[in-house]
Write a protein that binds this ligand. Structure first.
Ligand SMILES: [Zn+2]
Ligand SMILES: [Zn+2]
Length: 251
């Protein structure tokens, strides 16, 4: 882990040589959400962009997508939303891909949707990057913690647990304290927002206050993208469930 020394992390913060550290720093400095969730969403968008610009006709890429018949439901809708939000992208690439998926479906109508979902290539891709970012957060903890403390970003519940479970006790306590202070700030902002409404105060409501409830949701639930990668893992590993699902679809 961080070879960073036994004493106070205030004085001897080693520079982190991990490339992904720069991504983490950028995410922490530019968002009020969980930096790992934000980076995961970026990974998804990059995947869609590369797919549509360069890989629509690549047989191996297409084969990977075909395994899940066009991603899990979440990523299929993310894909559709991504195209809708990107004026420079038309529906041609998506038409080529999903025409292929539809033809596969016509040839095999009774595939178990749950099993298809569990094979979503993008869920696996997201999970791999999630593990890298958590690893770098932990490996570069002294440096990351300083940036985290001075930023508006707040780790979500899931990623806080993933990170703290790999930290030594001292750093776990340190990170927990910083994190708890951030949560208390969120409580204050939300209470302030409510108070200003209740008392018809003339005090202006700040953007931070009006967005606080949204940030609470992000903190407690993280981004859907990261939750999906967990569901994916769960679905891959619960054989019992698989058997049950199979029996539902077999008549
Ligand atoms: Zn997160
Ligand atoms: Zn997926």
């Amino acid at each position: 882990m961080s070879g960073g020394a036994s004493g106070s992390s205030e004085k001897t913060v080693k520079p982190c040589d991990e490339l992904s550290f720069l991504d983490l720093r950028r995410a922490m400095e530019s968002t009020s959400r969980c930096p790992i969730c934000v980076l995961i969403e970026e990974i998804e968008e990059r995947y869609f962009r590369n797919l549509l610009y360069e890989n629509v006709n690549d047989p191996s890429v297409r084969e990977n997508i075909r395994k899940s018949l066009g991603f899990c439901p979440y990523h299929a809708y993310r894909f559709s939303e991504f195209i809708k939000r990107s004026p420079e992208i038309n529906g041609l690439g998506a038409s080529i891909i999903y025409l292929d998926m539809l033809n596969s479906h016509i040839n095999d109508l009774f595939k178990d949707p749950g099993e298809l979902w569990s094979r979503c290539i993008l869920c696996g891709h997201v999970r791999d990057f999630e593990e890298i970012y958590v690893y770098v957060f932990v490996k570069c903890i002294d440096q990351v913690m300083k940036i985290y403390e001075n930023s508006h970003s707040i780790l979500c519940h899931k990623h806080l647990l993933m990170i703290t479970s790999s930290l030594d006790e001292t750093r776990r306590n340190e990170l927990t304290k910083i994190h708890r202070d951030k949560l208390r700030k969120l409580v204050e902002l939300t209470e302030s927002f409510i108070r200003k409404y209740d008392y018809k105060s003339r005090e202006p409501i700040t953007d931070e206050e009006s967005n606080a409830w949204r940030n609470i949701i992000y903190v407690l639930k993280g981004s859907l993208s990261s939750q999906m990668s967990s569901i994916h893992r769960y679905m891959r590993t619960t054989d019992l469930d698989k058997r049950r699902r199979k029996s539902l679809f077999k008549r």
